[in-house]
Write a protein that binds this ligand. Sequence first.
Ligand code: ATP
Length: 354
Amino acid sequence: MAQIRIQNVRKDFGAFNAVKSSTFTVEDGEFFMLLGPSGCGKTTTLRMMAGLELPTSGEIYIGGEEVGMKRASERDIAFVFQMFALYPHMNVRKNISYPLVSQGMKRAEVISRVAEVAKILQIESILDKPVGGLSGGDRQRVALGRAIVRNPKAFFMDEPLGALDAEFREHMAEELRALHDRMGATTVYVTHDQLEAMQMGDKIVVMNHGVVEQFGKPQQIYDWPATKFVAKFIGSPSMNFLEFEGAIAAGDNEVSLSGNVVKVPVSREERLGKLALGVRPEHIRFSDGSAFRGRIIAVEYLGTTQIVTIETAHGEIKARTVSNQSARVDELIGLDFDSRTLTIFDSATGNALV
Ligand code: ATP
């Protein structure tokens, strides 16, 4: 079992608090994403989980054992970093065997482990090649081979695909995910790319300014963002926020936007003052009958869909529609929202109410 549990973990660098009290659990076998913008503390969190950085306070458990003060070498884990440092003077086989040989493993066992890993990664044909002449993808596979050959309890990856171009990156992402599905080892993966996190992760932690904003399955986070930050960070184009001044009581399921009643999911809480109605671009429909109106200011054609930018009394919003939906710049249109998919936020705290 390699469940990893982070309990009230905090990290200070001198007077700077890089990670505020963080708590979440990575279940055994999960592909787990640490997601957030640059500087949010995701690398520091990963480094503490892996034992490269000591927490200022809090506890870290791997497989039930408290390891917060243990070094990386004592945690039976493996890293894959963005810059893969392979040993240039060794061939592929030697690069992959190295961690086993340096552990003093018997020769026959090393040979059989390397053969097994080469098969998983489909690199049997390049085992005797020098690493110098390999393509980027093969180098990546050799580095992965070196990480998985020890059969560690967990893998830690810090933006491993960050240096690759877009097309190749997508291919390697699929390969990594497939590899994980074959091996089933707990993997913690740092990325600032929300699409990569959504596509690859079983679960995602979204961080901002050292704070865990939300933790859950990709679809939960997309459909039920806990904060405005998460709502904005996940999804492209991002969620629209229609700011309004209003009141909502616990149990209410409607709000008033410029005098128009908009149905929303039932509010859990009571609020008065500055609120924001969160609506995803794909949940906006054009509707002649709607009294909530706007003026089209831009149309961006994307093939099967289009992004229509609309000016409303509550700010500019973007709608994603099928591209055969008629939309002309300067046209006045009525707008309808799919009530089940709306979120109300308290503008002062940024927290979701429904
Ligand atoms: P990036 O994607 O840019 O690496 P990140 O979310 O991984 O960002 P961290 O690298 O965890 O962010 O850094 C979080 C904050 O802590 C940043 O403001 C960074 O400057 C600071 N920080 C990280 N390591 C140190 C250190 N050793 N000493 C001082 N400050 C540090």
